[in-house]
Ligand binder design. Structure first.
Ligand SMILES: Cc1cc2nc3c(=O)[nH]c(=O)nc-3n(C[C@H](O)[C@H](O)[C@H](O)COP(=O)(O)OP(=O)(O)OC[C@H]3O[C@@H](n4cnc5c(N)ncnc54)[C@H](O)[C@@H]3O)c2cc1C
Length: 401
């Protein structure tokens, strides 16, 4: 720090690193409460992001933000799970109180960001937070451009996990998917494509090596990804591996026959993890900076906006009272978050480890109650009481399902 620069530091109630869904949500809610918020994003919107399939329980948060998430997005009817080898399939519809969409993230994340700015958030793009020091009296923040001070810091840096890396608190979760290979396409007007866009379902295909997602978006766009869990016997180059397993699915092969490829193959590795230190003195993490789970049940965006909501609501009362230095202020929220994260984690473990889809999902059409309970979890309704299936998961009773 150069002499006298203390006086030059710009000061805010809250500084947030990362303007993905978590950062923009926390920023907007805190600005709505009347706090001064600086949101710093290292890249610039619109920026590509994977993770297009939304869960219904994010809707109440969208409403609070003032976002009409129907606008410009494709309605998602529900989730289909398909085993083409055995010919078995099942469908979990979202209806009644459960409503959601498939979104193109570059467009949608920009909307969330612009909405934050429209509600009073100061935002800087193309600026990277490089150093965060949380002291008893304030937080000192250094970026590649300048220094700031804040009463509180929120880490919403996604899988970059700024605080997790600084504190060395990222713990890998093993035995789930290892990495994802994915592409975007534009489909022609085949009857199959029309059916896909009209119901808007996410299709999850079981694959020898892991699973495949097929997510319809607006403008005939399609997101396809292969999540690899098992080691290939003969290692292949990523593109060849992707093509081999996508082409091995009769449905995907037909669907993509005349499709236009819109992107190069992308890869996302270092899959599931949890940050073991999600809050502390004058800081909290939200979204992927808190933890990330294999995306088979599309839970990432929901956790991003819910954790942002938990953090912002609690922080608001502490900022008002001047007690935001209390290092335990996020403890109750965190326990709440953990219930949701653990439920999803256990569900995903069963997906890979004990044939959840074969043994339970495909059988659930004959048991209405269990079907409804599964729908609730797949909708992200993770904090309601009385879901017997969830209780079984959390208590270890449903280990063999
Ligand atoms: C293969 C794959 C498939 C997925 N599919 C789904 C799905 O179908 N549905 C779903 O809900 N979720 C899905 N997800 C997860 C979902 O994309 C994430 O959970 C979600 O984007 C998390 O939001 P976030 O705001 O925490 O992080 P991000 O959206 O990653 O935003 C973090 C932001 O922080 C910025 N940043 C990073 N470091 C800094 C820094 N030092 N300073 C300033 N800015 C910084 C980044 O540029 C970025 O814009 C998927 C993820 C993967 C990997």
């Amino acid at each position: 720090m150069d002499n006298g620069s203390f006086m030059k530091h710009k000061s805010y109630d809250v500084i947030i690193a990362g303007a993905g869904p978590a950062g923009s949500t926390a920023a907007t809610l805190l600005a709505q409460y009347g706090h001064s918020v600086l949101l710093i994003e290292k890249s610039e919107h619109p920026r590509f992001h994977i993770g297009e399939s939304m869960l219904p329980m994010a809707e109440p948060v969208m409403k609070r933000l003032g976002i009409d998430w129907q606008a410009g997005n494709l309605k998602k009817g529900g989730a289909e799970f398909i085993d083409e080898t055995s010919g078995r399939a099942t469908y979990f519809p979202f209806q009644g109180k459960y409503r959601t969409f498939q979104v193109e993230r570059s467009v949608f994340d920009q909307r969330l960001f612009n909405n934050a700015v429209a509600q009073g958030v100061i935002a800087h793009e193309n600026e990277t937070i490089t150093q965060v020091d949380c002291h008893r009296e304030q937080v000192d923040i250094q970026t590649d451009k300048q220094s700031y001070q804040a009463r509180y810091f929120i880490d919403a840096t996604g899988r970059d996990a700024l605080m997790g890396k600084k504190l060395n608190s990222i713990q890998k979760i093993n035995n789930l998917g290892q990495y994802a290979l994915y592409k975007h396409y534009r489909l022609n007007h085949s009857p199959e494509a029309q059916a896909l866009f009209s119901h808007g379902n996410i299709k999850i295909f079981l694959s020898q090596i892991g699973w495949i997602w097929c997510i319809p978006l607006t403008d005939n766009r399609l997101s396809v990804g292969l999540v690899v869990q098992k080691q290939e016997a003969t290692p292949l180059k990523k593109e060849a591996l992707y093509e081999q397993y996508i082409q091995a699915s009769p449905y995907m092969k037909r669907l993509l026959e005349k499709a236009e490829v819109l992107s190069e193959i992308r890869i996302e590795a270092d899959f599931s993890y949890q940050n073991q230190q999600r809050y502390g003195q004058r800081f909290a993490c939200c979204g992927d900076a808190s933890g990330f789970l294999d995306p088979v049940f599309s839970s990432g965006f929901l956790f991003a906006v819910k954790t942002a909501e938990f953090v912002a609501d609690t922080l608001h009362t502490h900022l008002l009272a001047g007690t935001e230095a209390d290092s335990e202020l996020q403890k109750i929220n965190d326990a709440f978050y953990q219930k949701g994260f653990k439920t999803m984690h256990l569900l995903i473990e069963r997906f890979y480890g004990s044939n959840l889809v074969e043994n339970l999902f495909f059988e659930s059409d004959r048991q209405l109650k269990i079907k409804q309970e599964i729908v609730a979890l797949l909708a992200g309704d993770l904090w309601q009481e009385g879901n017997g299936f969830q209780q079984g998961l959390l208590s270890g009773r449903s280990k063999n399902t």
